[in-house]
Design a protein around this ligand. Structure first.
Ligand code: ADP
Length: 159
């Protein structure tokens, strides 16, 4: 059984993330989407909130598990007995960053392979930071995030 980890900040999860995850779940027997965090870095949403929103957004994908971890992705992957890291690519900027990251991970664990999936054109410009920016400026985020995420963020904005 091939286990893939899809690590990221997911602050919050977007439709772009979800599309990569869905494709990954069609390729691999099991995909663990894992919020990677650093206790010293405060995010927009807490790790618990991010995990909860991902859980609500992936209910239709039976072979997807949701988790979080702190520290090196390679160590987490080893603990989960994963063979593959799944990442998404939008632009050449993503590519430059992801190339270095995957080579560093590969230097730390030669057995772990990073597999990239290219985003669909309609999700190409979507990022968590863009969603946060639209949200704080009272814009409409409904096209960019799953329904559960939209509802939660709007209710939180109202607090
Ligand atoms: P990180 O901080 O690890 O980059 P992100 O949550 O920003 O975490 O992204 C996680 C992964 O998802 C990365 O590989 C990123 O390139 C990819 N990704 C982010 N947004 C999109 C999108 N709209 N389409 C496809 N992949 C995406």
């Amino acid at each position: 059984m091939t286990i893939a980890i899809y690590p990221g900040s997911f602050d919050p999860i977007t439709n772009g993330h979800l599309d990569i995850l869905k494709s990954g779940s069609e390729i691999f027997e099991k995909v663990i989407i894992a919020v990677s965090y650093n206790v010293n870095k405060k995010g927009f949403l807490s790790v618990e909130e991010r995990v909860e929103l991902i859980k609500k957004s992936v209910k239709h994908l039976p072979n997807v598990e949701v988790d979080s971890f702190e520290g090196l992705t390679v160590e987490y992957a080893k603990m989960k007995k994963a063979d593959v890291l799944l990442r998404g690519l939008r632009t050449s900027f993503d590519f430059e960053y992801e190339l270095q990251l995957s080579q560093a991970n590969n230097a730390l664990n030669n057995d772990l392979k990073t597999i990239f999936l290219i985003t669909k054109p309609e999700y190409n410009f979507i990022s968590s930071s863009m969603v946060r920016e639209i949200l704080v400026n009272n814009g409409d985020i409904s096209k960019f995030v799953p329904k559960a995420v939209e509802e939660y963020l709007i209710s939180k904005r109202g607090i």
